[in-house]
Ligand binder design. Sequence first.
Ligand SMILES: [Ca+2]
Length: 185
Amino acid sequence: MEMRQIVCLAGLGALLACPAWSDIINGSFETSDFTGWSVGAQSWYNEALVVPGGTDGDWHAFIHLWSNGNLHVAQNFDFTAGPYALAFDAWIEGDAHAVASVWEHTTAQSVVDFGPTPTTYVLDLSRYSNQTLAFAFEVSTDRDTDEGAGHLDNVRIVEIPEPGTLMMLSFGLVTCAVRIRRSVL
Ligand SMILES: [Ca+2]
């Protein structure tokens, strides 16, 4: 077997065998608490709870504000590379706003337009490689007379179905198969 074929097989093996991230810990809050998450400072007018219900399983995160302020839950995770995204389900109620972000260092991408209906949102991870990323969901209110809440559930890594990427992978598999076949003949 030629060196080029060995490299080809090794590359495919690495692509298929290596995980591209460390799992989001307790992304659906099914431990019924914030295991794996960090929670911002709480006070008499804001609190973060894991409560029954949600979009996945039996529990979800609920951030409740009774006055102006903000409160977040966050988690770091390691991401290697690949056509993946961080997906989550969220919705807000009352006077609350929310922002959900994923970032490394200072480069961030965010979702801000949450509505009252549980909806799945996606943040593209394919631009990152070999680094620890952070995900945070922050709920805020503007005035001291405001009251509102944000809900979060089912935070997970999903594959982005990009036709171009799949085509490249398919082309790579075909190329390797042809090279191996030629070496056999
Ligand atoms: Ca859940």
